[in-house]
Structure formats: C-alpha cells, structure tokens
Design a protein around this ligand. Structure first.
Ligand code: GLN
Length: 502
C-alpha cells in the first residue's frame, strides 16, 4: 500500500486523505503477530482497504468531495467499516468520488478528477506524462482507480445507479453491488436513500465475496437493513438447482450445469460499440462452455428506467441534501447580510454545479404541480422494471413474493425452461472516455445520464449485480466488463456465474 501510494497516487488522485504510515505499520505488525500465533481475526486480517469519501469514519475527514463538507469529521464510523475493522482490516485512507455520488466520471469533485490508472502501470514518469488521461468512471472512480493500481487490497464504494459497476468496468476490476438492504447504510452519507447500496471494488470475485460476507449483517441502526430472520427467509425461498436429471454429465468440468442465463434483448442497443457486442458474444460462449443454458429474454421496460431513475434519485437527493444549511455542520458562509441569506449563501458556495442542478431538478419533480406527472409516474415505472425482472427469473422474489405469472405456471417444467437464474449484459456502452471529453462543458449533463443505462435497472429493482472484467477492447486496448444480475437476495448465483466469466 505505502509503496504504491507513493508511486501512483499523484497521477490517479484516488486517495484524498491518507492514514499516517506509522499507524499503518504498527497495525500491520500487530496483524502479523496474530497470523503467526494462529489468532488472525479473519481471512483479510492485515489487508489495507480504502473507503470512498462518503463513508463516515471518526479518524479521517468525510468530505463527500464537496466544499460543503471540506472540514467535516464524523463523530462515528459507518457500520460496514466497523465490521471490516473487527475483521482486522486496516484503513489506508479516504478516497475521491463525484460530489455526493452524483456523476459517472469522477469529474465533479472538489478534490479534482480521479484518473484511470490502466495505462500507467509499469510505465516511466516521462511516458506517463505523454498520455492522455482517461476517466476512472464514477462516482466511485477513486475506489476503482485505487484497487486497479494496487494501492489497496480492496475499496468500498457506493452504488446508487451504477457508481461501483461503471468505474470497475473502466478500470478493469470487479465491482459488486449486493441486493438493497444486505449491507447496512448506517454511516454512508445519503444521496438517494431508496437506491443507495454499499458496494465493493476488488481484484477478484472471491475477494468481493470475502468482504461482502463480513459486511452483510443485520444492523438495528438501519431500518432498511435486512434482519437475520429475513436473511434466513430469503435463503429458504431460493430453491436449489435440480441436478438430478443431469447426473450423467460431469458437474465438476461444467460448473454451470443446470444454470440458465438470460440475455435481455432490450440491452442490445444500436449505440453499442461493435467491440462491446463482440465482448458480450464471447461472454455468452464462455457460459455455454461451462454448461449453462443461455436464452434470450425480454425486459420491456428497460428504456424507461433511466428517466425514472433520474426523477427519483434527484427527488430523494433534494430532500436528503436539505440538511446542509450551514447551521449544524459543514460549510457556513460568512456573508450574512439579510434575512434567509445565510442559507442561500452557504448552499451557493458549498455545492458544486452538478449537485445544484440535481437539487433543482429534484425539487421541481416534488412540487405539487408536477408530483403526479413525474414523481408518481417514475415510482410506477420502477415497479414495472421490478416486475420485468420477476417475470424472467426462475427464483421467487423473497420481498414481493412475486414470480411473474401464475404459481402453477412457475412450477411447471415448461415455464421453468423459459426462466433464468441470472442475466448477462454489458456494463457500459464503451470503454473509459478521455477525461477532456467529459470534463467541464464538453458534455451535456443529460447525455451523461445515459452512461448508466445498463446499470440502472438493477438499482431500481434492488437486485444484486456485479461488473466483472472481461478482456480489453480490440480498438483502444482499454478494459471492459460484463454485468451479471440475479434475483433479489441471490448473491450466491452472481458469484457462481461471475467466477466463470472472470
Ligand atoms: N451516475 C449516476 C448518478 O449520477 C449513478 C451515481 C451513483 O450510483 N452514485 O446518479
């Protein structure tokens, strides 16, 4: 960690605040002693992790990359991080992000943009200076860049509409967003509470699984976090795959025997780069070779998802960000000349351009004149997107109880053959764009919303989804990922399929 931070942090701008090296060393020594005496706390005891700047920690600042929280130090630590600390993980530092999680390229940051490290590994300083910097993705761009450049074993990100999966695809690492409610959000600064999910960035699928297992626990401090009883009930609804009919085949050589994977036709957009289509095709072949049955499926409401997401996310953000008023904490303007002016000066100075845009949009959709037309309609679309998934998955949604059409239909063999355990899609329309093309006024903010087109449906439905690196683009040599989704609560299926893709 220390060596690679010295080497790569200046370029990537991933870590914004770092733990004192001496502190890291002494914790590492303690951990080594535990390993030597056979008392290691977990498989990741002594591993160094980085945390996105929107996770509260009582040690370093929690700025959310905003001038509003420039000097904010939280009085407590997020539950997810507490659990990791109990498992012996060492905090390497806090990481760059888009302000309050709003963005797809980590360019809306008070700490400056994060840069994609993919091209710089193994190059000399002079060579690096010649390169045109690429986007690390966002909003957890710093987290993906930190893991990709080996500055930490793993990093925490947050995923509201794709913020862990998109940067993972751009930087060539594994990005995992578990089901909504699996990991406590206590201590994760809210952007859009009904969508915010704690996610991980790691080098491998099994690393993601290891740290997910540590964090996926009941937490009385977050009422949306699943209780142990609910977790058990979910596990009971996930009926096991019936392998009895396949007994003649070698299950070991074909790890996906009995698994059906769907290819959603609506994700096959005209805008998709040929290299992306090619990658997807290769992914399908890999799954087939592993014994999976791959079939086309339809998620008809996919095209409505982006509009619904940005209506709901901005509405929730406008409400969540009311708390930054300069009175209780955070930035306070020193211009206080007239009545009410303190609030407006504070917010004008403290928030960046994109955040202000989202607050305005969100406030607008919540006004009485547009509430029915925008907010309620978006909620209905969200339900339609959820139903689309329930209709294609063979496993029942433990939360809604829904499994598409009729129960008899669901249980009959005939219908089972058209239902799937998982879905495979691209993560992003293309590879990481050049930073100069996505910075400042180079990009229309509404066009930028389309970067999340493939990741948003899983966020609206709250289902688990993972971005797994799958080779590089034949055109520019940059990494690209494939996305695996499965039914609510079925993280195990995501891991199973992802390990074959990886
Ligand atoms: N890019 C999306 C947005 O700006 C997703 C962000 C996220 O997942 N935090 O809202």
């Amino acid at each position: 960690h220390l060596k690679n931070v010295a080497k790569y942090n200046q370029y990537t701008n991933a870590f914004v605040d770092l733990t004192q090296p001496d502190h890291i060393r002494s914790q590492a020594i303690e951990s080594t002693r535990r390993w030597e005496s056979g008392t290691a706390k977990s498989a990741v005891d002594g591993a160094v992790m980085g945390y996105k700047m929107n996770f509260c920690t009582s040690d370093l600042r929690t700025t959310c990359s905003s001038a509003m929280l420039e000097n904010f130090k939280a009085p407590y630590t997020a539950t997810a991080i507490e659990l990791l600390e109990k498992a012996g993980v060492i905090m390497g530092g806090k990481i760059n992000m888009d302000e309050f999680g709003m963005g797809s390229h980590n360019v809306y940051s008070h700490a400056g943009p994060a840069r994609n490290p993919f091209e710089i590994l193994g190059r000399s300083t002079e060579e690096i200076q010649e390169l045109e910097a690429r986007s690390a993705g966002g909003s957890s761009g710093g987290s993906a860049a930190a893991v990709a450049s080996n500055m930490c074993f793993a990093a925490l990100g947050s995923d509201t509409g794709g913020s862990v999966r998109l940067p993972a695809s751009y930087c060539g690492v594994v990005g995992f967003k578990p089901s909504y409610g699996r990991i406590s959000r206590w201590g994760l600064v809210a952007y859009a509470s009904s969508l915010d999910t704690v996610g991980t960035l790691t080098k491998t699928v099994s690393d993601a699984q290891t740290i997910y297992d540590i964090m996926a626990k009941e937490d009385p401090k977050d009422s949306t976090c699943l209780t142990e009883r609910q977790r058990k009930a979910i596990a009971d609804t996930l009926n096991p795959i019936d392998l009895t009919r396949l007994k003649d085949q070698d299950v070991n050589a074909k790890p996906l025997l009995g698994v059906r994977v769907g290819i959603p036709q609506e994700f096959n957009l005209a805008e998709l780069a040929p290299a992306t289509k090619d990658l997807w095709r290769r992914g399908i072949q890999v799954l087939k070779d592993a014994g999976a049955v791959v079939i086309p499926v339809s998620l008809p409401n996919t095209k409505l998802a982006v509009g619904a997401y940005f209506t709901l996310a901005t509405a929730e953000a406008s409400s969540n960000l009311q708390r930054y008023d300069g009175i209780r904490y955070g930035h306070q303007s020193d211009k206080n000349d007239e009545k009410d002016a303190l609030y407006s000066h504070t917010r004008m100075e403290g928030f960046g351009k994109e955040v202000k845009r989202r607050i305005l949009l969100g406030t607008y959709v919540l006004t009485s004149g547009s509430f029915d037309n925008f907010f309620l309609r978006a909620q209905k679309i969200r339900q339609m997107v959820r139903n689309d998934f329930d209709r294609v998955f063979s496993r029942r949604n433990a939360i809604t109880g829904s499994c598409g059409n009729l129960v008899e239909d669901f249980e009959s063999d005939n219908s089972a053959a058209t239902r799937v355990h998982a879905l495979l899609t691209p993560v992003a329309v293309s590879t990481a764009p050049k930073l100069k093309d996505v910075i400042g006024d180079q990009i229309d903010p509404v066009d930028a919303f389309l970067d999340d087109i493939f990741t948003i449906p899983a966020s609206l439905a709250g289902i688990p989804s993972m971005s797994v690196p799958f080779g590089t683009c034949t055109k520019d040599g940059f990494p690209m990922g494939l996305q695996i989704m499965s039914q609510y609560g079925d993280e195990e299926m995501v891991f199973k399929v992802a390990k074959v893709i990886e």
